[in-house]
Design a protein around this ligand. Structure first.
Ligand code: NAP
Length: 287
């Protein structure tokens, strides 16, 4: 039996939708912490178990009979503790294999968001130390996250970011969900570490060029000075945590931290990931 955590979230719901397409609902179950939120899953015929990463005993009960567990990372400040709780409960319940979604980055030690993203690698180490069979899916940046960084109104405002000419192998979250579900149903991924990346690398300049082609509106990219960018956002009242995450992530992009290439995503999907034009039409309100 497979169990999918985060099944009410963006990535997890895409995993569930693909599992429903390619297998039967008796082969997997979903974990949710909120019964109301789980109703859409139940309506699709999915068996839901209730468990909260902050309540270890709820997890031990929820994991009974599970062989393979997909742990989708959270964004909570205490997520390393939450992930440890999941691993500990999985061990107690006899789960054999954990698939964990982490981060595809070249060098976490020099990352500007090391304090937050280091948890992914700590979680991986914790799973290994406990002697469990693992598969680590180091996910690239979701294409869906681009508007959170650039703002949605790119055709009016352009892109103003200190991202230099750094590139990212973006993939849509629905593609990652599809690839992850396919992997969960296969053997042969035991004790493997994969960079889950899109087929092509794109810079902010590539994005504005494509947006200009799609809309016919000239969309500029201004490669901002990092200190001025930070100061403007701070003056605008952007709270500390989002400011740290945004400026740190863009600094990492500029430093080429995300420029990783791997063909595992294409293998899992059986095709290339969506081209930039398709991604942009899907993630921005361009009509
Ligand atoms: N690669 C990227 O570009 C990128 C970007 C953003 C985030 N991420 C990472 O990828 C993860 C998944 O992304 P997403 O967009 O699917 O996030 P999401 O929509 O926020 O989903 C997170 C899931 O985790 C569940 N969860 C949170 N706290 C929990 C708890 N205490 N106990 C049980 N379940 C809990 C949430 O449940 P509820 O539905 O009840 O809230 C939700 O189902 C994020 O959490 C983050 O670590 C990656």
């Amino acid at each position: 039996m497979i169990l999918v955590t985060g099944a009410t979230g963006n990535l997890g719901s895409n995993v569930i939708d693909q599992l429903l397409k390619v297998t039967t609902p008796d082969k997997f179950i979903a974990l949710a912490r909120n019964d109301d939120k789980a109703s859409s899953l139940k309506n699709k015929g999915v068996t839901v178990r209730i468990g909260n990463f902050d309540e270890p005993t709820s997890l031990e009960t929820a994991f009974v009979g599970v062989e393979k567990l997909l742990l989708i990372s959270t964004m909570e400040q205490n997520r390393y503790q939450q992930h440890q709780n999941v691993v500990d409960a999985a061990l107690k319940a006899g789960v054999q294999h954990i698939v964990y979604t982490g981060l595809a980055i070249k060098d976490i030690q020099t990352s500007h968001v090391k304090d937050l993203m280091m948890n992914h690698f700590q979680t991986e180490n914790y799973i290994k130390e406990k002697g469990m069979t693992y598969t680590f899916l180091r996910n690239t940046m979701y294409a869906d996250a681009i508007p959170l960084i650039t703002g949605k109104e790119v055709t009016k405002r352009g892109i103003f970011l200190p991202g230099g000419n750094g590139q990212v192998p973006y993939a849509l979250r629905r593609e990652m969900g599809e690839a992850t579900a396919n992997l969960l149903l296969q053997n042969g991924h035991e004790n493997k570490i994969y960079d889950i990346t899109g087929s092509n690398l794109y810079s902010y300049q590539d994005i504005v060029n494509e947006l200009t082609d799609i809309t016919g509106i000239k969309v500029p990219y201004i490669d901002a000075d990092a200190a001025s960018f930070y100061h403007i956002l701070k003056e605008d009242g952007v709270p500390d945590f989002p400011l740290y995450l945004l400026s740190g992530t863009v600094a990492d992009i500029k430093n080429h931290q995300y420029e990783l290439e791997s063909d595992i995503m294409e293998t899992l999907l059986g095709r290339s990931t969506a081209p930039l034009s398709e991604m942009l039409k899907e993630i921005y309100p361009l009509h």
